[in-house]
Write a protein that binds this ligand. Structure first.
Ligand code: CO
Length: 498
């Protein structure tokens, strides 16, 4: 009877996946095309679909099927499917409905209050909502359960199977290597000339170039499309994976790298085997692995010398202001390093210091070692210690990111994990395929994609992130490949020995 029960589970899960796809389309349309006046009905539509998904996921039927299948002999694929649906079922059913509703209310309130607080540079007006959100999330952690610290239960929602003590140990190693590296670059006194990359870059030409590059990367326009939004994002998966970009006509980097970044996310979602569609075997492992794909394409491909050797001739024919520049000029301009206050504008070297600061503050809050009203001071102290700069106000400091206002505790570390994973993946790829710069220069990006498909994408949720990385790289997760990659690259960018 295992066949029947498993087929029933697949059917139920397919319905959930289809509803999620509908929800994605609603969100996509809201950001790309929806008229402003439709916001209220769109919110009602989205909440209706979200409710339907939740009902199905936490239904009695789901519980019964999972309980029966738990005791059966399953093949490899079936075990993964049952394991992953059970995992999510447990997380969803652990939280009482009343608490879930209160969280969702506090999230939308919190978001509004945060927007105002950031505008008015008034942390005080946000503090009590922040505190309430922390308390609610502590409650959630108690319901879900954890091995070591409550933060584990939250982290597990974004980076399944990862524990905070592992993150603490890897991040502290990263910090002791990264801080001096950033200092050595700053102390070199060398400033990179960013002028080649600024100028006049008409929007339609930028879109043409982006489309061309996405096609070279292997992005399938038959199963996706590119649009413009204020904040770039990727949405959907499998046979409908859409991306958006943001264009700045004065600086080619904004649109170009947003597009390559989102393209990297999309290639992952497009890379699952069709036979596994609408199961966890056609879903991403974790946010960290997702981000490893976007950052790999953005930084390791898009910001490489080989990239500019490949694309500069074409870019010059579109943008006359580039005509006096060489590939090395563009390579350097795309990789200048400077400590800055705003995370989303940070370069590849200092970016992770921004994340370490957020992770440390979150961990301390959830271990009751830091009060919410002490966050601004802790933030400023850490910026001054790790980056040598301090924000003049909280809008540029601890109020800059949306995450805490909507209760995304445990999300930040996935950005840095993504960077560390990407460096480990890159190292393994170079061993198999040879020099990455060479491949990109020769326009052999499809070889890169085929390798990623085989080693990462096609597995879906089969392996937890750490295991996947171990399989891909033959190594345990560590900060060393990332540090090695930075040293090699930035020695070239700055002509110094790091
Ligand atoms: Co991303």
């Amino acid at each position: 009877m295992i066949g029947k029960e498993y087929e029933d589970l697949r059917e139920l899960y397919e319905e959930i996946t289809r509803l999620e796809q509908i929800s994605c389309l609603l969100v996509w349309d809201q950001n790309v095309y929806m008229p402003d006046g439709s916001i209220a009905s769109r919110a009602a539509q989205t909440s209706l679909v979200t409710g339907l998904i939740h009902q199905r996921y936490t239904s009695k039927r789901m519980g019964e099927l999972l309980a029966k299948l738990d005791r059966k002999d399953l093949d490899d694929d079936q075990s993964v499917v049952v394991r992953e649906i059970s995992r999510e079922y447990r997380r969803k059913t652990a939280v009482p409905e009343k608490l879930a509703k209160e969280i969702s209310r506090t999230e939308s309130e919190g978001y509004q209050i945060w927007v105002k607080a950031k505008q008015n540079d008034d942390f005080g007006s946000f503090a009590s909502t922040f505190e309430k959100m922390v308390d609610l999330k502590k409650e959630v952690a108690e319901h879900i359960g954890y091995d070591d610290v409550p933060y584990d239960a939250l982290l597990d929602g974004y980076e399944p199977y990862m524990r905070s003590k592992e993150v603490v140990s890897i991040f502290s190693d990263l910090r002791t290597r990264l801080v001096p590296l950033a200092e050595r670059i700053a102390d070199s006194g060398i400033t990179i000339d960013a002028s080649p990359i600024t100028g006049r870059f008409p929007k339609d030409k930028q879109i043409d170039l982006s489309n061309r590059i996405l096609e070279d990367m292997g992005y399938d326009f038959n199963r996706g499309r590119l649009d413009e939004t204020e904040h770039p994002f990727t949405i959907g998966s499998m046979d409908d994976t859409r991306i958006t970009t943001r264009i700045n006509e004065d600086d080619i980097r904004t649109g170009l790298y947003a597009c390559i970044h989102e393209g990297g996310h999309a290639l992952y979602e497009m890379g699952y085997p069709e036979k596994n569609y609408c199961t966890p075997l056609a879903e991403p492992v974790s946010l960290g692995i997702h981000e490893s794909q976007s950052r790999f394409w953005e930084n390791m491909v898009g910001r490489s010398l080989g990239f500019w050797e490949r694309y500069l001739p074409e870019a010059k024919s579109m943008f006359p202001s580039l005509r006096g520049s060489s590939p090395i000029d563009l390579f350097k301009a795309a990789n200048s390093v400077a400590p800055s206050l705003i995370r989303v504008e940070a370069d590849e070297v200092t970016y992770n210091l921004h994340i370490l600061i957020r992770f440390e503050i979150e961990s301390e809050i959830f271990q009751d070692r830091l009060e919410v009203n002490e966050v601004p001071q802790a933030w400023n102290d850490k910026y001054s210690k790790y980056l040598g700069i301090e924000p003049e106000n909280d809008s540029m400091g601890c109020l800059q990111d949306v995450h805490w206002s909507i209760g995304y505790f445990g999300y930040f570390p996935t950005y840095t994990l993504g960077n560390l994973y990407s460096a480990m993946i890159r190292e393994a790829m170079v061993t198999d395929l040879g020099d990455l710069d060479d491949l990109v220069r020769k326009g052999e990006m499809k070889k890169i994609l085929a390798w990623l498909r085989e080693r990462v994408h096609r597995h879906g949720k089969r392996y937890p992130a750490k295991e996947l990385i171990r399989k891909v790289s033959g190594q345990e997760l560590s900060a060393l490949p990332f540090i090695g990659y930075l040293k090699e690259k930035y020695s070239r960018v700055y002509d110094i020995s790091l």
